[in-house]
Design a protein around this ligand. Structure first.
Ligand SMILES: NC(=O)c1ccc[n+]([C@@H]2O[C@H](COP(=O)([O-])OP(=O)(O)OC[C@H]3O[C@@H](n4cnc5c(N)ncnc54)[C@H](OP(=O)(O)O)[C@@H]3O)[C@@H](O)[C@H]2O)c1
Length: 314
């Protein structure tokens, strides 16, 4: 899938189906996090999407290793339940990634309450059945899966640098291979499909990861994107009609949430990834992302457009 945009659509689908059929029932012991990396006492992890799916399991793994976990989420009641279950190492701040205003106030709260951030995991994601536009004028997939995490990371970047060594993990998807960044219609006003919107946003997240890793070079902070594999979660809950075919498929062939969670935590803390940056980790191995992400001019253009629409200095 490395040279994905050179592959025919049929080959891309075959590769994806092959990858689906190779899903694991359990985390691969060959990639287990070394014992020496499991002591996260005194580490602070900021985590989006820890209230459901693989993120819910990942935050539990982080707490079990002694990390302080700051969950950022849109649903206060769910967040409180998770905090009650995880105990005193966990706390919850409201952060609806579909609202840049909400992202800004969550980032301000994190910065005022936490002098260090050693790990930032942008895990939250959405797969909506229809085109939805937020009050701020963004298409939902674009803002939740890309622009919100972009803004959050940018606002926390200096604190990550001051806490180095630190890591950023952006949870992407195998679907980025089908993506194309439509600079003339980023909000997909024309020809919207869930697939186009989701894959465009995940491709943009991969581009951002590459750009970020370049800017962070020498700072002691690494940034990688991850395809966590096909994992049985609530991600497809809003899909309807023919699109919903993924749900039974998920129940039948997808890995349990622990497998995706283990990959997230591993990329965030394992010494196996020490110094690794700017990579697209596809389940357990680095792969080239969609060719579009390797075009520096396109990546630069996306950064400019994103900074402007997120209200950041050029
Ligand atoms: N499952 C897969 O096969 C698969 C494959 C590749 C990539 N991924 C990616 O893996 C990540 C985790 O997804 P999942 O499969 O675990 O799905 P999930 O069960 O639906 O969990 C998604 C998480 O994101 C949160 N979220 C959604 N919209 C949000 C918003 N506007 N603001 C803040 N948080 C929001 C959800 O919060 P609530 O609890 O409030 O709903 C939930 O905690 C996503 O980025 C997804 O794209 C999944």
């Amino acid at each position: 899938m490395g040279s994905s945009r050179g592959m025919s659509r049929l080959d891309q689908l075959r590769a994806l189906a092959g990858s689906m059929s190779r899903q694991r029932r359990k985390p691969d012991p060959a990639h287990a996090i070394p014992e020496a990396d499991r002591d996260l006492a005194s580490k602070t992890v900021v985590f989006t999407g820890g209230t459901d799916g693989m993120g819910r399991v990942a935050v539990e793994l982080f707490c079990a290793m002694g990390a302080k976990v700051v969950l950022l989420g849109r649903n206060e009641a769910k967040g409180q339940t998770v905090v009650d279950e995880l105990g005193p190492l966990a706390e919850f701040f409201h952060c609806d990634l579909s609202s840049l205003a909400s992202v800004r106030s969550a980032a301000a709260k994190v910065l005022s309450d936490h002098s260090s951030i050693h790990v930032l995991v942008n895990n939250a994601g959405v797969n909506a059945g229809e085109r939805q536009v937020t009050e701020e004028g963004f298409e939902l997939h674009w803002v939740v899966n890309y622009l919100g995490p972009f803004l959050l990371t940018s606002l926390l970047e200096e604190r990550l640098k001051a806490s180095a060594p630190a890591r950023v993990v952006n949870v992407s998807s195998a679907m980025e291979v089908f993506g194309h960044v439509r600079f003339d219609d980023l909000q997909l006003e024309h020809g919207f499909t869930t697939g186009k919107a989701y894959s465009q946003a995940k491709l943009a997240l991969n581009m951002f990861t590459l750009d970020l890793s370049r800017r962070l070079e020498g700072s002691g902070v690494t940034a990688n994107a991850l395809n966590p594999g096909f994992v049985s979660t609530n991600l497809l809950r809003d899909l309807k009609g023919a699109q919903a075919v993924g749900r039974p498929l998920m129940r039948l062939v997808a890995s349990p949430p622990l497998v995706g969670a283990d990959r997230i935590v591993r990329l965030a803390v394992s010494s196996a990834y020490e110094g690794v940056s700017g990579q697209f980790i596809y389940e357990d191995k680095a792969r080239l992302p969609n060719k579009e992400a390797l075009d520096e001019k396109i990546v630069e253009r996306l950064t400019e457009v994103s900074r402007a629409s997120a209200g950041l200095e050029p």
